[in-house]
Design a protein around this ligand. Structure first.
Ligand code: SF4
Length: 1013
């Protein structure tokens, strides 16, 4: 199916000389046609790529069943990618599900889904790893397998097909996927995965059969091989459950029940700070760091709170290192700390307080996920806000205290309102709260309670706005999802509420949100209903899955493409009665996930379920009864001697170890704090000495002082009026960077290969990241939402390479004050520019080549005022060269060259409501020359914002056929200097004309400026 020659662009050779995408990329010919080519390119910074020829024990591809931007935000993928690639004998590559446009291109050409690193079809790997994050990604699992050239059903795979491994939270209840996945890794992969890969790879290289490989894998802890287990329908639940091992399973030595594996010491697997930096914007485009795994709160609907027990915290020093390394190496503008419940991390308060000063210095925002409505001291709220976060998010989950007791959510109305007041008082402008509806025992009053909780929080916002005279009322949003009963939770036996009732509740909430002026976000009940079918599903659901997939189901978690009717048809054709999976299940029935043990004692979940139905809460474990937040100082933690709550759930935590680990973490943070305070004291002393020297210089000057001191003494006066004031709050980390003296630097760069597919918005992220990695601080804009101050040349079409692009950026250099004060001459500017150029070359991302960096002088014209034209090279095919050779002259001689552009109507290009437009391409052409031998058409085109013909349209008018953007290269941008067109690089400093003397004309007694002549 995969034939690289078929995808070679016929204009590949001239294209390569123009800096276009490498013609060996299997998707080169059509990348420019898909909506986001950045998803499929690979070759990002920090990508780890082992040459394909290298002899290794095992090659794995992590095939994430969702889009690139989702998968690249997934922490588990980051952890495993780094872990496996660190091993000298293993390699891990990445692949992501293609969106509909890319899938259509692949199918039309018979091309496979390939990995990003070596561009190999998935079927060429030893192992395909499938990340199972949630049930609505299952059709994408099939999509990746099929497009990767792997038979969908495990039973149809041969000895040379890869072994397909599923892992992640839904691997703890994976029966619907059992027909398609060879084995599941139940639990946390870090400790067992490298060994498992060596076992599989070693056997495959030794020529073992598929059956032999699976038999060996089944002996590895945490591994479940479905084909070694027999199933039958349980009469109580009417669900298909595992009833024992098959003969092959017994012969292979597969365990009767598979126990979840988990990592005892998270610090043995430090959080990776290097991971490919996404080109296309990741959903969470930041350096996120996992600070804990597990949770002590025991929310009864939450599967993660059970299957990641016990709670384990990472060493705080290692967390700080991982955050700062992640930021410094990748250059992200935002970072975040992730945990199931951040507020319950024992040292979260001092940890954030230690991180914030370092992040403030770097102008990096800190996001804190999964906060609770307690434990948010004023200092902490201030610290988070000072690094640019203006809204906070909580998850009260339920709107009434009764319901919060049912679900075991350890927050009260008072906690919520007190936190809201504290947050609004500190100047945050929005709060978002997450709720769940359709929970067991829920009544209408509980649904109304959701909106009323939002209303009470808004009332707090209103009161604070009034008291503090805030300029605008903070925004309150409630986000409401549906409860899906999940395996391995106390609610695993509870019914899923009907779709009709859920829609009724959403309508109720919509009315209340309107009345209370709340923002409201809801989820689609039909999707949640389907999620329930797969969450509690058995192997029979696999049939419906394949039918729906064959009928076109993909990306079922994406509302815009979800089609419910397709699923209803598939369920009916598979003979599945959906109610079997959504109704209440008897507590004593056998379940499709009973053979997978997550480590709980029998009876623990049922006991919690019964307590829930009686409305009785179980206070969090691992804390003293009645306590919410953990002690924040070493002394308080050492003095804490109350017994810690434990329900003996089966995980067998060591409570004294838990206690001493917390004290240890706080001690470490106290050390970090002492070091920081020491550094700050030295810096303050140095600053004071500098100020004293400056004062002395001023005094000396006043006394008629020594020559040479005058410029320093006069610096502040010279800068007056040049730096500008911002509207940012005094405590904003960005205020100084918005108002400080800066140097304006013009950077010329190339945009080649895969970088040509980075759009203008991508560059807005790529350039600041590069500057941060280089250690340069950008000046920030002075509005409410500060961003690095940059201006670019005219935007390029996606796919078009460029050999001399330009960006001007304001940098806060150590001596920028002297520069701004006019004390730098050409030698200083040249020296500093050369240093910047050299440093940027070291850190520029692949495909972005630094041509030159130059510090601009006062009075120079900005890039936006200079560019009047551009030179382009266009790679032509042989037929196009022939066409151009015979007609170019005549067409250039024509007075006009009309070309038609289909206008984009409201419903899209060429759709109703749009009107075609005829443009004159000739008006754009300054010069054109064909280099028939090289196959390149050279064009010099006028530039302007006049809506005239685009370069592609000019070429269409000249040669009569459409040449895609990725065969264009903008060779240089041109400025007009002394009546000549010169490239921006050659133009150097072009000065603004001196201002004309202001003429004043006396009209009688009044003064007036002269009007336009
Ligand atoms: S053993 Fe006790 S402290 Fe540990 S997770 Fe279970 S209930 Fe909580």
């Amino acid at each position: 199916m995969f034939d690289e020659r078929r995808v070679q662009d016929r204009a590949a050779a001239p294209l390569a000389s123009l800096g276009g995408i490498a013609p060996t990329h299997p998707y080169a010919a059509f990348l420019a046609r898909v909506s986001k080519p950045g998803r499929d390119l690979g070759g990002e910074e920090q990508e780890l790529r082992r040459p394909w020829e290298e002899a290794l024990t095992c090659r794995m591809v992590l095939a994430f069943p969702d889009l690139y931007e989702i998968g690249m935000s997934h922490l588990g993928t980051r952890i495993l990618y780094s872990l496996i690639n660190k091993a000298p004998d293993l390699a891990c590559e990445r692949a992501f599900s293609p969106w509909a446009d890319m899938e259509a291109e692949l199918r039309a050409r018979g091309l496979p889904l390939v990995s990003l690193e070596n561009h190999r079809p998935l079927r060429d790997f030893d192992v395909v790893g499938v990340s199972l994050q949630y049930e609505l990604s299952y059709t994408n699992v099939l999509l990746n397998l099929e497009l990767g050239g792997i038979p969908l059903r495990a039973r149809d795979r041969g000895d040379r097909d890869p072994i397909v491994i599923g892992g992640g939270p839904t691997a703890t209840h994976p029966e619907p996927l059992a027909p398609f996945v060879d084995l599941f890794l139940v639990g946390e992969a870090e400790e067992v995965l490298p060994g498992l890969l060596r076992t599989i790879g070693g056997l495959r290289r030794a020529g073992a059969s598929r059956a032999e490989v699976l038999a060996a894998a089944a002996k590895v802890p945490g591994i479940y091989v479905p084909e070694f287990y027999a199933v039958a329908v349980d009469p109580r639940s009417e669900l298909e459950v595992v009833v024992g091992r098959t003969a092959a399973g017994i012969a292979a030595g597969a365990p009767e029940r598979v126990e979840r594996v988990w990592v005892r010491d998270l610090d043995a697997f430090p959080f990776p700070s290097e991971f490919p930096i996404p080109y296309a914007e990741a959903i969470f485009d930041r350096a996120a760091v996992e600070i804990t795994r597990g949770c002590t709160e025991g929310c009864r609907f939450c599967q993660a709170g059970i299957i990641y027990r016990p709670v384990r915290e990472r060493d705080p020093k290692a967390v700080i290192r991982a955050v700062l390394d992640g930021v410094d190496k990748a250059g992200f503008a935002e970072t975040s700390l992730t945990a199931l419940s951040t507020a319950d991390v024992s040292c979260i308060d001092p940890l954030i307080k230690e991180l914030v000063p370092a992040l403030r210095e770097r102008k990096v925002k800190l996001g804190v996920a999964s906060l609770r409505a307690y434990g948010l001291g004023e200092e902490l709220v201030d610290a988070i806000k000072s690094v640019g976060i203006s809204g906070l998010t909580f998850a009260p989950e339920a709107g009434t205290q009764r319901m919060r007791d049912v679900i075991n959510k350890n927050v009260s109305d008072d906690d919520i309102l007190a936190s809201a007041r504290r947050i609004f008082e500190r100047g945050y402008d929005r709060i978002k709260m997450y709720f769940i509806m359709g929970l067991p025992t829920e009544t209408e009053a509980d649904v109304v309670g959701i909106a009323e909780t939002g209303h009470r929080v808004r009332e707090v916002a209103r009161a604070v706005t009034h008291e503090k005279g805030l300029p605008r009322l903070p925004q309150v949003t409630i986000s409401v999802s549906q409860h899906v009963p999940k395996p391995h939770t106390p609610f695993q036996w509870a019914a899923m509420e009907s779709i009709e009732d859920l829609y009724g509740k959403i309508d109720l909430l919509k009315g209340l949100a309107r009345r209370y002026k709340l923002g409201l976000k809801t989820h689609a009940p039909r999707e949640s209903w389907l999620e329930c079918l797969f969450a509690r599903g058995d192997r029979r659901m696999g049939e419906a899955l394949e039918l729906a997939y064959r009928a076109g189901a993909r990306f079922d978690g994406w509302q815009e493409v979800f089609r419910f009717d397709r699923w209803l048809d598939a369920l009916e054709s598979a003979g599945i009665e959906p109610a079997r999976y959504t109704r209440t299940i008897p507590v004593d029935a056998r379940l499709p996930w009973d053979h997978l043990e997550v480590g709980l004692d029998p009876g623990f979940l049922a006991g919690e379920y019964r307590k829930a139905l009686r409305g009785r809460a179980s206070p969090p474990c691992g804390k003293p009864a009645g306590a919410q937040a953990h002690p924040t100082t070493v002394a308080a933690a050492e003095a804490e001697s109350r017994r810690l709550v434990c329900y003996d759930c089966g995980i067998a935590c060591d409570m004294s170890e838990m206690r001493s680990e917390r004290v240890r973490a706080l001690r470490e943070l106290a050390e970090v704090r002492a070091e920081r305070e020491g550094r700050e004291a030295s810096a303050a002393a140095a600053e004071a000495a500098e100020a004293a020297a400056e004062a002395a210089a001023v005094e000396a000057e006043a006394m008629g002082g020594a020559p040479g001191l005058v410029p320093v003494a006069n610096l502040k006066a010279r800068l007056r009026g040049l730096t500008g004031r911002s509207i940012l709050a005094e405590d904003s980390a960005f205020k100084a960077a918005a108002e400080a003296p800066f140097s304006r630097v013009r950077i010329l760069f190339t945009k080649e290969g895969t970088m040509a597919f980075m759009g203008h918005l991508d560059l807005l992220r790529v350039i600041p990241r590069m500057l941060r990695r280089a250690g340069y601080e950008a000046a920030f804009s002075r509005g409410f939402n500060p961003v690095p101050r940059m201006s670019f040349g005219p935007a390029l079409p996606l796919g078009t390479a460029a050999l001399e692009e330009v960006v001007e950026v304001d940098l806060l250099l150590p001596d920028s004050a002297e520069d701004m004060a006019g004390l730098w001459g050409p030698p200083e500017r040249a020296r500093v520019g050369a240093a910047i150029e050299a440093r940027l070359r070291e850190v520029a991302p692949p495909g972005l080549g630094i041509v030159r960096a130059r510090v601009m002088g006062p009075g120079e014209r900005r890039i936006g005022e200079l560019i009047v034209a551009a030179d382009y090279g266009v790679a032509l095919s042989q037929a196009e060269v022939a066409e151009a050779a015979s007609n170019l002259e005549a067409r250039l001689d024509a007075g006009s060259l009309p070309v038609e552009r289909a206008a984009v109507g409201r419903k899209g290009r060429g759709k109703p409501g749009s009107e075609a437009k005829v443009l004159d391409a000739r008006a754009k052409i300054l010069a054109a020359r064909l280099d028939a031998e090289a196959g390149i058409l050279h064009l010099r085109l006028r530039h302007g914002d006049d809506g005239g013909a685009r370069p592609r349209e000019v070429v269409e008018a000249l040669i009569g056929s459409i040449v895609p953007d990725h065969r264009f290269c903008r060779e240089r941008l041109l400025a007009e200097v002394d009546g000549r067109l010169v490239s921006i690089g050659e133009a150097g400093a072009v000065m603004r004309p001196p201002p004309r003397p202001r003429e004043v004309v006396r009209v009688g007694e009044a003064e007036a400026e002269p009007g336009p002549s």
